[in-house]
Write a protein that binds this ligand. Structure first.
Ligand SMILES: Cc1ncc(COP(=O)(O)O)c(C=O)c1O
Length: 440
């Protein structure tokens, strides 16, 4: 008998008892290789001694001090470290407790910025289909995933959605990658002109689309064109790096590889690496200055923002990622993971695409490789892969609706950066077992 409201109301998950390196153990002693860091969280594995020590030291000296009264050393130090590495122009960090809160904060910050600068008529967001930005009502509204939103639609603010940059399915015959990228980026301009650019607050996008598409990076030039369009119409660019940030793609910030800097950027997941719940919304000096010159007060806040223990964990994690060389390791091991995936599944009749960057990889499953026809959703292929992998002792992150929110299946991999070559072998072997079982 339990009083916990589980994710799945009809089944009880095994009880996780212990974590060690790349593995989680349940209370029966069964070992699971954490091939997706849960959902791209555990970038340093499950027993990092430096992060554990930082949390223990901090909680023993200062547990909590409300940000309505105080700042704290861990918050100051973490903000300084993040900004030292952040894309050009980003200057201030607003700490929260997770990804949805970071996105919600970004949306409200962007809206209030418009009010502060005397453009209150800006009330809309534009984002992309097949995106995921979180489950709170604002974040869900900008997200573009049909099934996650459906029953909550009456509660959600109206948002425009343009096409994702998803070359595997969107690029046309004879079209270069660059031309495809320009074509889909130009959808932003068309939508701005349709709704009236003076009514739009911001464009929101994930540099590498995670949960809903399975590690899909934009093609070269896409985000540069997006940045140009935003600048031309005075629309803010919000990049959501909750999943793809913090070294996951081989650079601390994913958008570094696209050569653009946003006005507002969200991070979470890998920032606390699972040791503490923490997220953050970074913004440019220009945005912050509008608050200084205007009302002087961002009308937002939650009790636990800037939590000292969470910030201490985040500081230890980011130190390890940067000075500790873990981002470089993610880039290097990510290439090995990619080659191993291609060797094992490159000719698999039901793997249509293998993609991603760094330790963020996706495999798209198809009924037929030539036509790219997806499986009938009724077969529940992604659910079967998840169950079969878990049975085999592998945690991965399969999802459905890849093509259009209804059809399509993919598997997302986001293992810890400490993964060894042997463990890459173990991951591939167990994933193969799962594919065989699910597709049988
Ligand atoms: C890109 C992106 N944004 C926001 C979120 C929401 O984060 P959280 O689940 O921590 O609220 C997620 C979660 O998967 C995400 O992938």
């Amino acid at each position: 008998m339990t009083h916990v409201f589980y994710r799945n109301s009809r089944s009880t998950p095994p009880k996780a008892a212990r974590g060690d390196g790349a593995y989680i153990y349940d209370d029966t002693g069964k070992q699971y290789l954490d091939g997706s860091g849960g959902a791209a969280v555990s970038c340093l594995g499950h027993s990092d001694p430096d992060v554990i020590a930082a949390v223990q030291t901090q909680v023993a000296s200062l547990d909590f001090a409300h940000t309505g009264f105080f700042t704290s050393e861990p918050a100051e130090a973490l903000a300084e470290r993040l900004i030292a590495h952040a894309p050009k122009g980003l200057d201030k960090v607003y700490f929260v407790s997770g990804g949805s809160e970071a996105v919600e904060t970004a949306l409200k910050m962007a809206r209030q910025y418009c009010v502060e600068i005397g453009e209150p008529q800006r009330t809309r967001f534009i984002s992309r289909r097949q995106s995921y930005h979180g489950n709170t009502l604002g974040a869900l509204a900008v997200g573009g995933n049909v099934w996650r939103k459906a029953q909550f639609a009456p509660l959600l603010a109206e948002t425009s959605h343009i096409a994702p940059c998803y070359a595997y399915r969107g690029q046309e015959e004879g079209e270069s990658l660059e031309a495809y990228g320009q074509r889909v980026a130009n959808e932003l301009e068309a939508e701005l002109l349709r709704v009236g650019p003076e009514t739009v607050i911001a464009f929101v996008a994930e540099p590498v689309v995670g949960a809903t598409l399975g590690a899909v990076p934009a093609v070269p030039g896409y985000f540069k064109r997006i940045r140009e369009i935003c600048d031309r119409y005075g629309v803010l660019l919000i990049l959501d790096e909750v999943m793809c940030g913090m070294g996951r793609t081989g650079t601390l910030f994913a958008c570094d590889q696209d050569g653009v800097a946003p006005d507002i950027l969200t991070i979470a997941k890998g920032l606390g690496a699972g040791y503490q719940p923490i997220g953050a919304t970074l913004c440019s000096a220009q945005i912050h200055e509008a608050f200084v010159q205007g009302s002087g007060f961002f009308q937002h806040g939650h009790t636990y923002i800037g939590h000292p223990v969470a910030c201490a964990a985040g500081h230890a994690v980011v130190t390890k990622l940067t000075e500790g060389g873990m981002v470089a390791r993610a880039a290097q091991m990510g290439e090995k993971l990619d080659s191993a995936l291609r060797d094992a599944f490159g000719n698999h009749p039901h793997i249509g695409d293998i993609r991603g960057r760094g330790m963020f990889r996706g495999l798209e499953l198809v009924e037929d490789r030539a036509s790219k026809a997806p499986f009938d959703p009724a077969r529940g292929i992604n659910k079967r892969v998840k169950a079969a992998a878990f049975e085999a002792g592998l945690i991965c992150y399969p999802m459905g609706g890849t093509v259009d929110g209804q059809r399509g299946d993919h598997v997302l991999l986001a293992p810890p950066f400490i993964l060894t070559e042997d463990q890459i072998g173990e991951l591939i072997e167990k994933l193969g077992i799962a594919f065989d079982a699910a597709l049988a």
